[in-house]
Structures are given as structure tokens and as C-alpha cells.
Ligand binder design. Structure first.
Ligand SMILES: [Fe+2]
Ligand SMILES: [Fe+2]
Length: 273
């Protein structure tokens, strides 16, 4: 059981965001903008999946998971609200979000399905977010030359993703979700997630006029596939998800709690889950 605290990040998203807000780097900016575009719709799906899935637990199990589920829902609701404000800023740069509507379209197919499908999809996505979060927390230099408020936004979100990474997985297990469904959904989510993320990034770069710059591709190669790259560093822990005895907490580190301790002046606690 994880105790999840809902925090309100002290951030002002009224002032405009620079066009290449992340380290003056067109690729990094387009990549993080793409991820942010998926959050309002995606994180609503995650919190609905966990909340609705938990309602189908036995009364005894519901009582056991209630506090953690409430914390999870509160954290994701806060993330999606803040990223919606951030997205409104980057849309002023002429960017168009096609990822969010694609998720909404796909979700229609899931209407009325067994809640464990929703949870397996959420757990798979949460594994991705946890891996990406760990990468950001262990490579904060990616946000060098980035406004402190935006660096805090991404590292706060990363810290909370890392903190609640086992909630959807545990509710899925508590509902008797099978290993077969779990890995089947991970395969599909991997294809959708990577395709969507790269497609939205390319569209952002296209609209930014920087898609065909050599520096853009050099940054992409270095930050995704280089020795310390996001995808190269995430491959092994991603693969671990397919093991029958996998649990998200096997990949825990102290980076999340350290960031939250060191940056306690950046947020207020709005309630304990
Ligand atoms: Fe989140
Ligand atoms: Fe999450």
C-alpha cells in the first residue's frame, strides 16, 4: 500500500511559454509538448479506470485500497488540470493536438468492456510514465536552460508518477487480472504509445518549422537512442514488465522522494490519500 499525497504545485502558467522552452532545443520541446498533449485525455482515462475498477472490488478489498485510489485520482486530476493550462500556452505557438482526439476515438471501442481491460491498459501506460519519470529525475540536466517553473512542472509530475506507479497494477491484480491480458495489453500499448508520441512530435516540429534541421535529428538521436537516451535506458525495465513475477515496486528508486523533499517549497499538500 502506498500513501499518496495530493499536492498543489505553486506554478503560474499565465505568463507565456517560450517557443523552445526546453533547453532552447527544438526536439526536446516538441517531444515534451507531445507528451503533455496526451495528458488531459489520457490521465482522465487512467483515473476513471482505477476509480471504476476499484468499485468492482469486494467491500473488504475496497476498504483496503480506498485511500490509495483516492490519492491516485487526486494526483492525476491535478496533473491533467495543470497540463491543460500548459497546453493552452503551447497551442499559442500554432501547435495542433491530434494525439488527444485519437485517444478519445480509441476509447469508444472500450465502452462496456470488463474493467480489467481498462486497468491493464492503464497499468501498461503507467509503466511507461514511470520509466520516463525515472529518466527525467535521473537526467535533470535535460532541463538546463529551462525556466525553473517549467522544470518544476515536469519533475513534480515525474515524482508523482513514480510515487503512484503501482496503483493501477495493484488494483488490476486485486481484481484477479491475468498475466496473459496484462502482457497482451502491454504489447498493444507499446505500439500505440510510441507511434503516437513520435507522430505528435513530428507534427509539432513540422508546425514549428524545425522538422528538417540537422540539429533537431541530432538531439532526437542523442536524447532517445544515445547511451543515456530515454529509449535506450528504458528498454530493460520495459521488458521486465513481461515477467510473470513483475511488480512496479521492483524498480523503485529514491529519486522521487528526494525531489519531493528538496522541493517542498514548490507545492502545498492538499490532503493525504
Ligand atoms: Fe500524471
Ligand atoms: Fe500516472
Amino acid at each position: 500500500m502506498t500513501e499518496l499525497v495530493v499536492r498543489r504545485l505553486l506554478i503560474d502558467l499565465e505568463p507565456p511559454v517560450a517557443r523552445h522552452w526546453c533547453a532552447n532545443d527544438a526536439f526536446l520541446t516538441a517531444w515534451f509538448n507531445a507528451l503533455s498533449m496526451s495528458f488531459p485525455v489520457g490521465e482522465q482515462f487512467f483515473l476513471d479506470s482505477v476509480r471504476n475498477g476499484a468499485k468492482t472490488l469486494s467491500p473488504q478489498e475496497q476498504a483496503r485500497w480506498q485511500a490509495e485510489v483516492q490519492g491516485f485520482v487526486g494526483q492525476e486530476a491535478t496533473h491533467r488540470r495543470i497540463h491543460a493550462l500548459f497546453n493552452a500556452q503551447i497551442e499559442r505557438h500554432g501547435l495542433v493536438n491530434t494525439w488527444g482526439p485519437r485517444i478519445e476515438e480509441r476509447m469508444k471501442v472500450l465502452a462496456g468492456a470488463d474493467p480489467r481491460h481498462h486497468l491493464a491498459i492503464t497499468a501498461a501506460n503507467e509503466h511507461f510514465t514511470a520509466l520516463f519519470a525515472e529518466w527525467m529525475l535521473s537526467h535533470p540536466e535535460v532541463f538546463n536552460h529551462t525556466e525553473p517553473r517549467l522544470k518544476n512542472l515536469w519533475l513534480w509530475h515525474s515524482a508523482e508518477e513514480s510515487e503512484h506507479k503501482s496503483t493501477a497494477f495493484d488494483v488490476y491484480q486485486a481484481l484477479g487480472g491475468s498475466h496473459a491480458w496484462r502482457v497482451k495489453w502491454m504489447r498493444r500499448v507499446t505500439v500505440f504509445f510510441l507511434t503516437d508520441a513520435l507522430r505528435q512530435t513530428a507534427l509539432n516540429l513540422h508546425r514549428d518549422g524545425t522538422l528538417w534541421r540537422w540539429s533537431t535529428w541530432r538531439s532526437a538521436a542523442r536524447h532517445l537512442l544515445g547511451r543515456e537516451g530515454l529509449l535506450s535506458n528504458s528498454f530493460k525495465p520495459w521488458r521486465a514488465y513481461f515477467r510473470p513475477d513483475f511488480h512496479p515496486n521492483q524498480q523503485s528508486s529514491d529519486l522521487s522522494s528526494h525531489w519531493l523533499e528538496r522541493n517542498a517549497d514548490q507545492y502545498t499538500r492538499v490532503g493525504a490519500g
